[in-house]
Ligand binder design. Structure first.
Ligand SMILES: Cc1ncc(COP(=O)(O)O)c(C=O)c1O
Length: 295
């Protein structure tokens, strides 16, 4: 049989290919919330019902939908839409920008984040990225060196692990403790860390648990990081989106105890995940990142 190209060669079988998926990454996606949701939805669709909703004739409320912007009741402010449209029409932003992002945007983000901090950030502390996802990618690329390991929360957001693994870093998992509001098991963190540990990741407000850490707990996280000689990567993409009693406190408040890389974006709070604007911020009033040449 020919392969359709008319060259008379037998069709290639999978075994003949020289490539295959990265097994470490396949393992990570198997148990993601989105992966499980996909399987549940497939089961519902198989149940049929003819209404297209996959509910076997019953109305389906998509509570597992991670992106509210698809629903018309969640729209970002018209001011933001007008500003973006005006910027596009002006023709002044069609060229390559500097690789760290436009200075006025960095300055605005510095000013906005400084409102919750005991010190002032400057535009030089802010690096613009294509969403928080690219911020995670960049950090993992910067940190990866042979033998390095990074501490990630369990349960957590799989993209941190995926990017770390992709960059050849070892991922070690510390537990979040359900009985204490999904706080970090700080004793566990100390047991996991060694001289090759470079950083620990916290996600606050948390994904997937929805917890919001108290200031007291964040202070302990910072003290632990300082003791271990590591820095904190604070994924704050859900900043200010809180449920329950705890007010959002940025990890950067404790940046003078241990240096913090704060990650964020406009995706969640402004309900525009498709706009792809995020940031990495050095919340490090003592300049440790400069001294260690991380930035
Ligand atoms: C904890 C966490 N970090 C980062 C991201 C990525 O955010 P962005 O859409 O800004 O890339 C998400 C998206 O769901 C998230 O849940």
């Amino acid at each position: 049989m020919e392969d359709g190209s008319g060259n008379g060669r037998p069709p290639a079988t999978a075994a003949a290919w020289n490539f295959e998926p990265n097994g470490a990454l396949l393992g990570l996606t198997a148990l993601s919330v989105r992966g499980v949701l996909g399987r549940v939805k497939a089961g519902m669709a198989a149940g049929g019902g003819g209404d297209g909703g996959g509910g076997g004739g019953r109305a389906v409320i998509p509570m597992g939908h991670g992106d509210p912007s698809v629903f018309p009741c969640f729209r970002t402010t018209a001011d933001a839409v007008d500003a973006v449209a005006a910027a596009l029409r002006s023709g002044e932003h069609n060229s390559y920008s500097s690789c760290v992002g436009l200075e006025p945007a960095r300055r605005s983000i510095a000013r906005y984040l400084s409102r919750d901090l005991p010190y002032e950030l400057s535009a030089d502390d802010v690096y613009l990225t294509s969403g928080c996802a690219q911020a995670i990618e960049i950090i993992c690329s910067v940190l990866a060196r042979p033998g390095a390991n990074i501490l990630c929360p369990r349960p957590g957001y799989l993209f941190h692990e995926a990017r770390a693994v992709f960059n050849g870093m070892e991922v070690r998992y510390f537990d979040l403790l359900p009985e204490s509001g999904w706080e970090v098991d700080l004793d566990g963190v100390q047991e996991l860390a060694d001289k090759n540990t470079v950083a620990m990741v916290i996600i606050n407000p948390g994904n997937p648990c929805g917890n919001v850490y108290t200031s007291e707990h964040l202070a302990k996280v910072a003290e632990t990081a300082k003791k271990l000689g590591i820095f904190v990567i604070a994924d704050e993409v859900y900043a200010h989106l809180t449920f329950g009693q705890n007010k959002f406190v940025p990890m950067g408040v404790f940046g003078s105890v241990a240096p913090v890389l704060t990650l964020g974006s406009i995706s969640k709070r402004w309900v525009v995940p498709g706009w792809r604007l995020g940031w990495i911020v050095t919340s490090d009033p003592n300049g440790v990142f400069q001294r260690t040449k991380v930035v």
